[in-house]
Design a protein. Structure first.
Length: 156
């Protein structure tokens, strides 16, 4: 093991450093892709840079430490983190907020089950697995309208 152990440790440090350096870029790129304007409506993340980056780094490190077992929980927790910070604004006023009511444990179990079924069927089950996972995220995502929006709708 003479030179192999220091080389492996150095390689691990380099990979972790790359992940840590990529997280701010991934956050900024996702925010840029996600902020959408349409007519007078604007979909926006109300996130702060450093808390979001530290959240992503923590989730990636947990995924690495568990050798990838944690990745489905990362998807669910990441979706919840950013869904709850998503707002819809119209003419500068917040008219709706998004949320996520799903549990990370339920999503974790569902994603692993769907992956196992896909592997057992040599990929034939993949479309149904994708649909089941997508249904989990969609059915657990909620949109809460604000009081102002309810008043506007009541006047119409």
């Amino acid at each position: 093991y003479g030179i192999a152990l220091p080389f492996i440790i150095l390689l691990a440090v380099v990979y972790l450093s790359i992940f840590v350096l990529i997280m701010p870029f991934m956050y900024l790129m996702s925010r840029w892709f996600f902020n959408i304007d349409w007519k007078t409506a604007h979909l926006d993340w109300e996130t702060e840079f450093w808390p979001s980056v530290f959240f992503l780094i923590g989730q990636v490190l947990l995924s690495l430490v568990t050798i990838g077992i944690y990745i489905p929980a990362f998807y669910v927790k990441g979706f919840k983190f950013f869904a709850e910070k998503t707002v819809l604004r119209e003419d500068g006023k917040t008219v709706a907020r998004f949320g996520f009511e799903g549990l990370a444990s339920d999503g974790f179990r569902l994603i692993w089950q769907q992956l196992a079924l896909t592997l057992c069927t040599l990929g034939l089950y993949a479309p149904w697995a994708y649909a089941n996972c997508l249904a989990f995220f969609v059915t657990n995502t909620c949109v809460e309208t604000t009081e102002d929006q309810l008043l506007i709708q009541g006047r119409q």
